[in-house]
Ligand binder design. Structure first.
Ligand SMILES: [Zn+2]
Length: 69
């Protein structure tokens, strides 16, 4: 048995000292995914952090990688 939560387990997140809530349904638990965005025609790569609402699956995007330490 692991003491660590599974990554797929939804949990609340805080962004800029404010708890994240779904703008659609008001739910407060999300699955987090870090996504690399490829811009076509450019060498620029960027990371985005997306939070997927555990209730309605609406995706809330933030550019840049989140510091969850
Ligand atoms: Zn939602």
């Amino acid at each position: 048995m692991s003491i660590f939560k599974k990554e797929a387990e939804p949990q609340p997140y805080t962004v800029k000292e404010k708890q994240l809530t779904c703008s659609h349904c008001g739910n407060g638990t999300f699955n987090q995914e870090d996504i690399m965005i490829h811009y076509r025609g450019s060498l620029t790569n960027a990371f985005a952090t997306v939070f997927i609402c555990a209730n309605c699956t609406k995706m809330t995007w933030f550019t840049g990688a989140m510091d969850n330490s």
